[in-house]
Write a protein that binds this ligand. Structure first.
Ligand code: MN
Length: 385
């Protein structure tokens, strides 16, 4: 049995990963579960999967958790314990399904402890793509993408030389606001943003999908995973979310990966790689589908995508700036403090305020992230209310 650690087990990807484990009895042993603060769901997961170690990052939640009795499972708490859990002895694969910049340090810890990474936390590669990919190469660790588009690229590229990639065709559903203008989106509500047409996901990524910032983060993620230039990554809006992405090769051939939009498939492939196992996802019926459509994204309305390309091309600390400003803006939007379109203002302000630092160290990135969070909070207080 493959021993796995699931970091972020109570979130959308984490719970679906546990479903994958349930559906493949005898394949996996969940050695480590780690989450932030959802004591109730986390307790049920510990009872069902009986991991060797269970960690809650939030200290208050941990105090409640440790009063309960979970038999042989060791219970730990706090941010450092969460990071350390990524290096737990005997674990073969660490699934990084926590959300945001907070995923960076645990991922680095896992790589340094020679764990293969099933990477769901795209922010890690966006913020520190050079550091993380170099570290993974140095430690001989595989980064197995869980993001559906990057999982698709990975499948299309099996047995191929990455040097023969002409273009990565990164598909996007377009989110709930596809076809809308800036005028339409002036008063977009949180509920409208959270009503995603094809994917059921956590709140942060659902807002990112509506703003196309998610696609922007994925452009940067793809660049680091596959070593291409930004000019070789083309975003294609595909509202049905059936083609999960495509690779065009130098000879003009295009290979695509198709399946029903169900995150359990890319999660499962990352965990069972290089093997394929049966899965419960709905099979496609092309007599029923009839049409698959494709269109160009609207870079002017959904400026998040444009800013992501800019940040990526500038490189250095700029993707970190882009990401930190977006995380602050999304939290502010969800809290009702700013309007939907102001997410772009917060990002633009941060990118204009910060000079790029080339080849940043991890310490510089951690500092930059803090600085940008502070200046973005201030910007929201001053200009967005
Ligand atoms: Mn995705």
């Amino acid at each position: 049995m493959k021993k796995i650690a699931i970091l972020g087990s109570t979130g959308s990807i984490g719970t679906q990963a546990l479903d994958v484990v349930r559906n493949l009895p005898g394949e996996f042993k969940v050695s480590v579960l780690a989450a932030n603060s959802n004591v109730e769901l986390f307790s049920k997961q510990i009872e069902e999967f009986q991991p060797e170690l269970a960690v809650l990052a939030d200290e208050t939640a941990y105090k409640i958790l440790k009063e309960k009795n979970f038999g042989g499972t060791k219970i730990a708490g706090g941010r450092q314990a969460f990071i350390d859990a990524a290096g737990f002895d005997g674990v073969e694969i660490v699934l990084t399904s926590m959300s945001g910049f907070a995923g960076l340090e645990p991922t680095i810890k896992a790589i340094k402890c020679k764990k293969n990474i099933a990477l769901a936390n795209k922010e890690t590669l966006v913020v520190a793509g050079e550091i993380v990919t170099k570290l993974a190469a140095d430690y001989g660790v595989k980064i197995l993408p869980v993001d559906s588009e990057h999982g698709a690229f990975f499948q299309c590229l099996q047995g191929e030389n990455y040097k023969s990639i002409e273009k990565l065709l990164l598909t996007a559903s377009g989110g709930p606001f596809r076809g809308k203008t800036r005028a339409d989106l002036q008063n977009a509500t949180v509920n409208e943003v959270l009503a995603h047409p094809t994917w059921n996901m956590g709140k942060k990524i659902t807002v990112d999908s509506a703003s196309l910032v998610n696609k922007g983060l994925e452009v940067i993620e793809a660049k680091f995973l596959y070593g291409v230039n930004y000019e070789q990554i083309q975003v294609v809006v595909h509202p049905q979310s059936i083609v999960h992405s495509m690779v065009e090769f130098v000879d003009g051939s295009i290979i695509a990966q198709l399946a029903a939009p169900d995150m359990r498939l890319p999660i499962q492939y990352a965990l069972t790689y290089p093997d394929r196992k049966i899965s419960p996802i709905k099979k496609l019926d092309f007599w029923e589908i009839k049409n698959l459509t494709f269109e160009k994204p609207d870079f002017e309305t959904f400026k998040g995508l444009k800013f992501a390309y800019e940040a990526g091309k500038i490189g250095g600390t700029m993707p970190c700036v882009f990401n930190a400003a977006n995380e602050v803006a999304v939290a502010a939007f969800l809290a009702g403090k700013i309007k939907f379109l102001q997410i772009y203002d917060v990002i633009e302000n941060a990118m204009n305020s910060r000079a790029v630092i080339k080849n940043p160290t991890l310490e510089i990135l951690l500092d930059e992230d803090k600085i940008v969070r502070n200046l973005s909070e201030k910007f929201i207080l001053q200009f967005c209310t």
